[in-house]
Design a protein around this ligand. Structure first.
Ligand code: FES
Length: 166
């Protein structure tokens, strides 16, 4: 097993910042046209030394293990960053201590990057870059939960089966 896979496995044993944030300032959701995975990220800002910085970030994912591991890392990395600093982080930077994303996994990191950008664009005080990515925003901040946006898109024809890894 590669170092990267090992690091992903470790991150998945204790993922950080999972779950909906009810008092978030903004939320972004993306779906990958490549694999159909989806990820939503919530951001909460605070004022520090006269600057508006990210206080907390959380995520929900219907995605692969790599996307979950990157989102876990990214939501930790984002703390204390201004929106402008956060917008500059690409998929590799958001992977942090997981190490460099292998070519087959870059789109998994881009899913996280896309959700972050979507959330930053939803924050009215952010001049976030609007670079396009391979991911497609799938809903506005008004959608209450990820499962609802998925259900809406598939008109209820979806069956989610939990995977038992043991
Ligand atoms: Fe789709 Fe990783 S395989 S995000």
């Amino acid at each position: 097993m590669s170092d990267f896979e090992n690091n992903v496995r470790q991150a998945l044993s204790n993922p950080q910042n999972q779950g909906e944030m009810t008092d978030a300032d903004s939320v972004g959701t993306v779906g990958s046209p490549d694999c159909g995975d989806m990820l939503r990220m919530w951001l909460k800002f605070t004022e520090k030394d006269g600057k508006k910085v990210i206080d907390r970030a959380t995520f929900q994912s219907f995605g692969c293990q790599t996307a979950i591991a990157v989102a876990s890392m990214a939501t930790e990395l984002l703390k204390g960053k201004t929106a402008q600093e956060a917008a500059k982080l690409d998929a590799q930077a958001l992977s942090g201590e997981l190490g460099e994303l292998p070519p087959m996994k870059i789109h998994c990191g881009e899913l996280v990057q896309g959700a972050l950008k979507n959330a930053l664009e939803g924050d009215s005080n952010t001049n976030a870059s609007t670079q396009s990515s391979d991911t497609t925003p799938t809903s506005s901040a008004a959608s209450p939960t990820l499962i609802e946006s998925i259900s809406n898109q598939t008109k209820g024809n979806i069956r989610i089966v939990p995977i038992d890894n043991d």
